[in-house]
Design a protein around this ligand. Sequence first.
Ligand SMILES: [Zn+2]
Length: 69
Amino acid sequence: MSRVTTTPNAVSRHAAGTLAWAQASVTFQVALVLVTAALVLWALFFSNYPLVHDTFHELRHSLYFVPCH
Ligand SMILES: [Zn+2]
């Protein structure tokens, strides 16, 4: 028989802390995905860097809503 050294209250606090950390982690991951997606879309449609601009120039014009020139 092993003896339980933690009280139920400590277990409950640990579970609550773990859940809060997991929720914060998911929030951070969602924010990271949204920021990355926004950066990629901005780079595709609004960047003036010649290599990116020239590569996606036809795509920009095919969408009609991205002012290019
Ligand atoms: Zn153009």
